[in-house]
Design a protein around this ligand. Structure first.
Ligand code: SF4
Length: 401
């Protein structure tokens, strides 16, 4: 499934206050009884009750082809019909566009808390910006308020969300209060977690359903600090990991497979086995070729196919120490059979693509496919349509540049 997160629109009578609105059908409004001011009504095709409908104080009304409706408040006239807004989506409007900040049908929704970060990773797919985007906190709180039926999962990300300190804790606390059953997946560089007071606050909030996704790029400070371009980051992140362990939190240790990481993968797995065996699992992640990864391509990217023996060995080191390994962002046909069962469908649905050649592949249903950006990168992509789930063949050749 893929869909657009930004739709072109003409906004009539725009609201002065920016705030998220929950998209609703009239049937859903009647069933849920939410305040109409929080809602954006999908103007129904049947307009026999139009006058009564439009006398309600909606936060906005969304229309497509219809002539502008006689609604006095904010009207969102979407000018592209692909991927229409659906009941339960949450939107904000800005500069003649609708941004879908929560997609009801997706399992990849994320509260994006800031574009700022205190690292500057050489392979960052979404380079940070040093701007004041504190309005995102209100957006996030608004989204949490508009959710119901606790979603199964919800990401919390940035930039670096923990640099928001008290605001981050406030978001965590709101999630705990309003979405107690939701599994949070918090992506952080882990540096702030070295602050004992911060950890105490997290413990006090007491949300148990959290998976902390924290990256590690080497077994030495030299390697890790180089990757994140921040001196002292390795020590802070390792301290943060230990602090999380002391309060019983679940950790996904994220290893992005850059050229240098691949060259040192066995040493890194040894390090994890000896020092970080408490993590819930280790995720080996293919590089997303956009942002700094695209700019630093020659320094960052190395085809996985050249490092298969080392990766197999690294996985075995973890296995011997009873540490679960998973592989993200690498298609099934790029892996030998022994690693394929570790590969999961990890790419967010809105940036996931399969080239045409995948259609006949027996593994498509369980394959992660590609990042859209990787498909259109100059390095091109190789696929090997597999004949069956146990097809042992895989791509061994060096990718063409
Ligand atoms: S051919 Fe396509 S669907 Fe099949 S394993 Fe390769 S990338 Fe996945």
């Amino acid at each position: 499934m893929s869909f657009k997160l930004k739709l072109k629109a003409e906004i009539h009578n725009p609201s002065i206050i920016r705030r998220p609105l929950r998209v609703t059908t009239i049937e859903s409004y009647v069933a849920n009884g939410r305040s109409p001011e929080d809602l954006c009504l999908i103007y129904p095709d049947r307009q026999d009750r139009a006058e009564a409908l439009l006398s309600i104080n909606w936060g906005a009304v969304v229309i497509y082809d219809q002539a502008t409706s006689p609604f006095k408040g904010q009207i969102i006239q979407v000018t592209e019909t692909a991927d229409p807004l659906e009941d339960g989506d949450i939107i904000v409007t800005l500069n003649n566009a609708v941004y879908i900040v929560y997609k009801q049908c997706s399992d990849s929704n994320t509260l994006f808390l800031t574009e700022r970060c205190d690292n500057l990773c050489i392979m960052c797919s979404q380079p940070p910006k040093n701007i004041d985007d504190s309005w995102r906190i209100n957006d996030a709180l608004g989204i949490i308020n508009l959710l119901d039926d606790d979603p199964r999962t919800l990401g919390v990300s940035g930039g670096e969300p923990t640099i928001l300190s008290a605001d981050f804790l406030n978001i965590l606390s709101n999630c705990h209060e309003k979405l107690p059953q939701t599994q949070l997946h918090i992506l952080t560089n882990g540096k702030k977690l070295s602050d004992r007071n911060f950890i105490n606050n997290i413990q006090q909030i007491g949300h148990q359903r959290v998976l902390w996704g924290i990256p590690l790029y080497g077994s030495t400070a030299l390697e890790h600090d180089y990757h994140v371009q921040s001196r002292g980051a390795f020590n802070q992140t390792i301290n943060g990991l230990y602090h999380l362990e002391t309060i019983g939190q679940h950790i996904e240790l994220r290893i992005v497979l850059t050229m240098d990481v691949l060259n040192n993968i066995e040493a890194l797995c040894e390090f994890i086995s000896r020092n970080l065996s408490f993590v819930s699992f280790v995720a080996f992640m293919g590089v997303e070729l956009t942002g700094f990864a695209k700019r630093n391509y020659a320094q960052v990217y190395s085809s996985i196919t050249e490092h298969i023996p080392a990766l197999v060995s690294g996985v075995n080191i973890l296995k011997l120490n009873r540490i679960q390994a998973l592989i993200y962002n690498i298609p099934q046909c790029h892996l030998p059979l022994s690693l394929r069962e570790l590969a999961v469908q990890s790419i967010s649905d809105w940036k996931n693509e399969f080239p045409n050649g995948c259609d006949s592949c027996a593994s498509k249903a369980i394959c992660c496919g590609f990042f859209e950006s990787n498909i259109y990168h100059k390095s091109g992509i190789l696929i090997k349509s597999l004949n069956g789930i146990n097809d042992e063949s895989y791509i061994e050749v060096k990718e063409q540049l």
